[in-house]
Write a protein that binds this ligand. Structure first.
Ligand SMILES: [Zn+2]
Length: 113
């Protein structure tokens, strides 16, 4: 599996864009981009989500929780597991919908299995 990086593009099921920022993870650069740790993703906001209920906007605005399975068991930065790009579909927004990776780019590091 590959680590999630700051320049990856994550969206919610309604095409809202997760504002990825490597904060704790920036201690570890891969291909010039900081990795994304659990708290980096938990603190990320989501913008542009089109979700509405009967015409009333109810956009996804943040990540609700990150299941442990979405984090690397072998790589951590400042005590936090690195988010695995292959597992973002089990991470939910505050509307209870999963995240999707919009681009899959070449990465020079493989983690776990
Ligand atoms: Zn959404």
């Amino acid at each position: 599996m590959k680590p999630l990086l700051e320049n990856d593009k994550l969206v919610c099921a309604h095409q809202g864009v997760v504002q990825l920022k490597s904060d704790k993870g920036k201690e570890l650069l891969l291909d010039d981009n900081g990795v994304i740790t659990a708290s980096d993703l938990l603190n990320a906001s989501i913008s542009g989500c089109s979700h509405n209920i009967l015409g009333v906007p109810k956009p996804c605005t943040k990540i609700l929780q990150i299941p442990p399975n979405a984090l690397s068991e072998t790589l951590s930065v400042q005590g936090e597991g690195v988010v695995l790009e292959d597992m973002v579909s089990i991470i939910m927004t505050d509307n209870g919908v999963p995240l999707q990776l919009q681009n899959s780019q070449e990465k020079s590091l493989e983690l776990d299995k």
